[in-house]
Ligand binder design. Structure first.
Ligand code: SF4
Length: 200
């Protein structure tokens, strides 16, 4: 596996201040993707033990809340296999820091429904992931101020609770409550308008 970039400080892709790695290779090719160069599996640098040790060093600060894994597509089977050693080392070294992973795959259908059953490395990988943001980026569903996701179809999923319960447990924090409220406000304004303009 190759990787496109490592960010030493990231405040967009998960809670708190984080270290992020962008892996190379993605077959989804979403319209409006910001990381097109990372579609190519050969883009960037080779991921190896040195990369893992570098990330572990970067995370060795109290202000670093965790690691975010993005792409490209971290859950391409070839990428997952190599990422297992990274997530294991992170959790072994920093059991109190969390790991977020972003994927274009659908968590219910593809991740739990297929990969988790078929690939032994998916189980090893998911065991160490706290939150997964799933789904392809859909440009028509993009809102600029969404938190920790690019389009409204994407979900923030509690991976460990989902595995335990055998179904997807979505986390509602960040922006969902705000959008729910805005939606309800629009409905009540519309009802008020209907009442005021009614001729009956
Ligand atoms: S899944 Fe992510 S990296 Fe892949 S094309 Fe879509 S937005 Fe880009």
């Amino acid at each position: 596996m190759n990787y496109a970039d490592i960010k030493t400080i990231d405040i967009q892709d998960g809670t708190g201040i984080r270290v992020s790695i962008y892996v190379s290779g993605c077959h989804f090719h979403c319209k409006g993707c910001h990381n097109k160069e990372a579609w190519d599996y050969n883009y960037g640098k080779r991921f190896d033990n040195e990369t893992i040790n570098y990330i572990i060093d970067l995370m060795n600060h109290d202000y670093i809340a965790g690691l975010s894994i993005l792409g490209g597509e971290p859950l391409e089977p070839t990428n997952q296999q190599e990422l297992v050693s990274l997530v294991k080392k992170v959790k072994e070294t920093y059991p109190n820091k969390n790991i977020w992973c972003y994927t274009g795959y659908d968590f219910d259908k593809d991740v739990l429904g297929k990969m988790y059953r078929e690939f032994p490395f998916t189980k090893e990988f998911l065991d160490k992931i706290d939150i997964m943001v799933d789904g392809e980026f859909v440009e028509e569903k993009k809102l600029v101020d969404l938190k920790f996701r690019g389009s409204t179809n994407q979900r923030k999923i509690d991976v460990q609770e989902s595995i335990k319960n055998g179904k997807t447990i979505e986390l509602k924090f960040g922006d969902e409550n705000r959008y729910e409220q805005a939606k309800n406000q629009k409905v009540s304004v519309f009802k008020q308008f209907e009442k005021e303009t009614s001729f009956v």
